[in-house]
Ligand binder design. Structure first.
Ligand SMILES: Cc1cc2nc3c(=O)[nH]c(=O)nc-3n(C[C@H](O)[C@H](O)[C@H](O)COP(=O)(O)OP(=O)(O)OC[C@H]3O[C@@H](n4cnc5c(N)ncnc54)[C@H](O)[C@@H]3O)c2cc1C
Length: 470
């Protein structure tokens, strides 16, 4: 399949008259918080991906669940697509309004409503970002653990089932959301559950909404778990001669139960890229970036055990840091990786893709992928949250070269087939959007038909973020 051949079953955009009637009808609710200004529409018509942008017909900025409900009811009446919007950092085309419609920007619903240290949870509005929440929590000794790199919103993270470097220890957003308030496609307001840490009460609506990418409703409030800040943190890097050695060390560490908080892999090209971009002097070899959380004695013991293990699998240059500023320097390479990758081929567009496989299949999958990168003549540094079996490639491409686009599409397809063949998934964390919709059937089979049935049952008018996911 080529990128040009991806499904484009687009229904017509709403007419100008329909949008005018919608905006006029919502004026008493939103006043100047609904707009058709070109600049604001364009700003909301793209995410951080290379997918073609498409602006919505209007954008609104609600302040409460009740306002969101009024907006969705009006859109249902006028049959206008609704595109929920957090901060627009998604990378598979999730917020692109390729059928027009009303973008519902939740960023002004950004209140931390209540922190409950005794229950280790917090209630937030969906526009709160993860750094805003952690700044708010600073005095409590607690933190919110999900870190997808970008300063994403809580609603956006829940809707893309986000995760990141901390997942191996603290779980993805899926494990960290207790319950939510959701405005359904007909405007009903639904509580998906309670703040109880577990529940056996019926269908799990919370987890149905997590990863739904705005196709089943709009999240207007979330109850999420918090974690205690560790007494001590230490970080380390260790270089290997080959990727297999690095992955074997990771598998062994998990089997031995070394409780690591982060285990990240960067391949040789990724290390070369960050050395050049951030003026660093790391060995240009596959490298693991590690972090340990616990007591002072605990992290020391964990780091020492891991150093020994890595040596067994050919690891060398084990460098570790405990002071905050040294840890920041050590992680700089990993944080700069996406930008460093882009600097390898300036002026080009970049496809960021991710897959996730059972950890025992990770080494073979990475090796086959690196071989494929070389054979295809692509420039594609590899980064991985390898403790979860998840890795990313950032592939440079000249959008004006049809040959390059075809090579990239074929490569992406083989990458996904490779993941599915070993029991993995076409995306560990970036989601489906429009970019990976073509692979849903291959991954889910009849399960995808069930997803479509759920979509039709809950959103019979098909107004919620149409063209995404299902
Ligand atoms: C440099 C970079 C690194 C990244 N690294 C990672 C990573 O390591 N892990 C990872 O998981 N992701 C990563 N991402 C992707 C991105 O940050 C996540 O997908 C993030 O969760 C999106 O949040 P957002 O607030 O930007 O959502 P948006 O992009 O605004 O929206 C994402 C989706 O959620 C829907 N949505 C938003 N808010 C709501 C709501 N309140 N109710 C219902 N639906 C809603 C939207 O309609 C859309 O479908 C990265 C992105 C960048 C740019």
């Amino acid at each position: 399949m080529s990128f040009a051949a991806l499904p484009t079953d687009l229904s017509p955009r709403p007419s100008a008259a329909t949008i005018q009637a919608l905006v006029a009808g919502l004026d008493p609710v939103l006043g100047d918080r609904i707009t058709t200004a070109a600049g604001i529409r364009e700003q909301h018509g793209h995410d951080e991906s290379w997918h073609h942008p498409a602006a919505p017909d209007a954008v609104c900025f609600p302040h409460s669940t009740e306002e969101v409900s009024a907006v969705v009811r009006a859109c249902a009446t006028h049959r206008v697509p609704v595109i929920p919007y957090g901060v627009g950092t998604s990378i598979e085309g999730q917020v692109i309004a390729d059928r027009g419609g009303l973008c519902v920007d939740l960023s002004q619903m950004n209140t931390v409503i209540e922190v409950r240290p005794e229950d280790m949870d917090v209630t937030v509005q969906p526009g709160v970002t993860r750094t805003q929440l952690n700044t708010h929590l600073r005095a409590t000794g607690l933190f919110f653990s999900v870190d997808p790199g970008a300063d994403a919103s809580m609603g956006g993270m829940a809707s893309t089932r986000a995760s990141g470097t901390n997942t191996v220890r603290y779980g993805t957003i899926r494990e960290n959301v207790l319950s939510m308030t959701v405005v359904m496609p007909d405007g009903r307001i639904v509580e998906t559950g309670t703040r109880a840490r577990k529940s056996a009460a019926g269908y799990d609506l919370t987890h149905l909404m997590i990863g739904a990418e705005g196709t089943l409703g709009i999240i207007t409030e979330l109850n999420v778990k918090l974690h205690g800040l560790p007494e001590a943190i230490s970080s380390a890097t260790v270089a290997f001669d080959d990727v297999a050695g690095a992955i074997d060390a990771v598998i062994a560490s998990i089997q031995y139960g070394i409780p690591m908080a982060r285990i990240e892999l960067m391949d040789t090209l990724a290390m070369r890229a960050v050395n050049a971009f951030s003026r660093l002097d790391y060995a240009e070899k596959p490298t693991l970036f590690l972090e340990f959380h616990g007591t002072h004695a605990g992290v020391k013991e964990q780091a020492e055990s891991m150093a020994e293990l890595c040596q067994e699998f050919g690891g060398s240059d084990f460098a570790w840091a405990t002071k905050e500023e040294d840890r920041q320097t050590l992680w700089q390479a990993r944080h700069d990786a996406a930008y460093a990758a882009k600097a390898l081929r300036p002026g080009m567009e970049f496809l960021a893709t991710d897959i996730c496989v059972p950890i025992s299949k990770l080494a073979e999958c990475i090796e086959a992928t690196q071989h494929d990168v070389t054979e295809s003549g692509l420039i594609a540094p590899l980064l991985g949250h390898v403790g979860d079996g998840n890795f990313h490639l950032v592939v440079a491409v000249d959008r004006h070269s049809e040959q390059e686009l075809d090579t990239l599409a074929a490569f992406n397809q083989r990458l996904i087939e490779r993941a599915l063949a070993v029991g993995g998934t076409c995306t560990g964390e970036h989601g489906i959007g429009t970019g990976k919709r073509a692979y849903m059937e291959a991954e889910h089979g009849e399960g995808w038909a069930v997803m479509r049935a759920i979509k039709t049952a809950l959103d019979p008018l098909g107004i919620m973020n149409p063209g995404k996911l299902v």
